[in-house]
Design a protein around this ligand. Structure first.
Ligand code: ACM
Length: 506
């Protein structure tokens, strides 16, 4: 049995069960989720699903409202119990993982039946937030590539896709009243070649953006597969693409900037006028309207105050509010955006820098700079998602081997898959009550140095597989995990994932 992440409880039973196409499924609810699973299975095999009403069907679903996850009983017949659609997705994922690796084949194989071991699985996630972030700003990814990534998240029972939708180097979502965000801000005329510090640039135009309809389609695709999208609009820093499109929103309205062709943190941030604040509110509210039930990420990281410190406007706004440092100006954005989003029923999350200025206690903190930031946020009463870069930034080197592809930092900033697996989501400093503030954890895939799908695979896997088990809450000794990971990688290999081999560079 090779389910990864490992289930909480497994009882093996004697024998096996063979399922033949068409699989007869009795599901009075959750048919859309079953159909999505069947659609995915049909991309790899010739196995079809047919809905029936009879209780002697091959697969029977029943409601068990006390379950956090799912119960999967296989003994001639497959019986699934769960309380809600996430459990359905998790149970069907486990069933697919119990079958041969070909069930995940990237090429459609000639398979019309498969065998699974008889067993009873009782399984549930330790954390409600099992996230994977994808930077679609530094490099634009088409929807097919994002959906393929989503399929891999589903395989690993992750349930949040955080889309980083704008940055200095590109704006990726169409906004009706602000067309230049995409016509100008969506495109840059060159990108670094090799590492940013090498100071070599190409002149290749790069860009793209998503329409509302495309994002709605993606949301629907994700929802049927147990994944919620967390859209991020990152303001007031990381705003050079915005200011290139609308110079009046920046601190030097007479200067026409380009969408940034460097990696790093641009000094060009939004100004602190009412116009800029209203812009932020309008745009973030519009994006939130595309994702009606979502938690919305309002960014807030790495906002240099260089321009604000020499701005007369910023000085007068500081005086008006009695601020002593320019950094406090960022709180104006955080407070207004949080207030407006909460009014429309959205939960709000922001990077941990927002703790350095005014921030409502209801804002969830994305603790990325260190574990300590997560502890600080929890002690201040915030809910927290743990994303410490030292463990969960997959744009870091995978090993110290000089043959590793160029990454954001040089050694010793290395995150091996073993280091990811060693990560404990709950910081040891927190007591049993404070621990409840930790909603879960999230792995980050920043894409400055990831321009192709193959590179995306290499940087994400196997680190994301290790992370999935950490955040599911069933990690064990590395020695027991490793052989399971090796077998899991055979499955990823058939799925066409160009993962980093376990032993290269070790
Ligand atoms: C970040 O990595 N700047 C959140």
């Amino acid at each position: 049995m090779n389910i990864l992440p490992k289930p909480q409880q497994v009882t093996t039973l004697e024998g096996t069960t063979t399922l033949h196409s068409p699989l007869r499924v009795c599901a009075r609810e959750w048919r859309d989720e079953v159909r999505a699973w069947a659609e995915d299975l049909a991309k790899s095999t010739h196995i079809e699903v047919e809905f029936v009403e009879e209780d002697d069907a091959d697969i029977v679903f029943n409601l068990a409202s006390d379950l956090d996850g799912y119960r999967l009983h296989i003994d001639g017949q497959i019986r699934v119990q769960c309380a809600w659609s996430d459990g359905v997705v998790q149970a069907l994922t486990s069933l697919r993982l119990l079958g041969p690796a070909e069930l995940y084949s990237a090429q459609r194989v000639d398979l019309t039946s498969f065998e699974v071991p008889n067993c009873e699985i009782n399984d549930w996630p330790a954390f409600g937030w099992r996230g994977a972030h994808l930077d679609v700003a530094r490099h634009f990814w088409d929807l097919a590539t994002i959906k393929r990534y989503v399929d891999l998240l589903v395989m690993h029972k992750l349930n949040i896709l955080h889309l980083h939708l704008n940055d200095d180097q590109g704006w990726r979502v169409e906004i009706p009243n602000w067309p230049k965000l995409t016509s100008v801000g969506g495109w840059r005329n060159g990108s670094p070649v090799g590492h940013e510090d090498d100071n070599v640039r190409d002149t290749v135009r790069h860009g793209g953006f998503y329409t509302r309809e495309e994002l709605e389609d993606l949301t629907h695709y994700c929802a049927l597969r147990g994944i919620s999208i967390v859209p991020e609009i990152d303001l007031p820093g990381h705003a050079q693409a915005v200011v290139a499109a609308y110079p009046e929103l920046g601190n030097y309205p007479e200067t026409q900037l380009e969408v940034w062709e460097h990696w790093g943190i641009s000094d060009h941030v939004l100004n602190v006028s009412d116009t800029a604040l209203d812009f932020a509110v309008e745009v973030v509210s519009y994006v939130a309207s595309i994702f009606p039930n979502a938690t919305v990420h309002i960014g807030g990281d790495e906002c240099p105050t260089t321009e604000w410190e020499v701005s007369d406007l910023a000085a007068s706004v500081m005086e008006q509010h009695g601020f002593e440092s320019a950094q406090q100006l960022q709180g104006l954005f955080t407070s207004r955006l949080s207030e407006v989003l909460e009014e429309s029923g959205h939960q709000v999350i922001a990077w941990d820098e927002v703790l350095d200025a005014e921030v409502p206690e209801t804002t969830v903190i994305a603790a990325w700079r260190s574990e300590e930031k997560g502890v600080e946020a929890a002690l201040r009463g915030h809910y927290v998602v743990m994303m410490p870069m030292q463990y969960l930034y997959f744009d870091w080197l995978s090993s110290e081997n000089p043959s590793e592809p160029v990454a954001v930092h040089p050694a010793p900033f290395v995150t091996t898959w073993e280091k990811v697996y060693s990560y404990n989501v709950i910081p040891s400093e927190l007591n049993s009550l404070q621990r409840k503030q930790i909603l879960g954890a999230q792995a980050q895939l920043w894409t400055e140095y990831i321009a192709t799908r193959d590179r995306m695979d290499y940087m994400a896997f196997p680190r994301l597989s290790a992370f999935a088990e950490v955040v599911w809450g069933t990690k064990e000794e590395l020695d027991s995990f490793r052989p399971r990971l090796v077998r899991h990688l055979a499955r990823l290999s058939l799925a066409g994932v160009q993962f980093r081999p376990l032993d290269s560079g070790e």
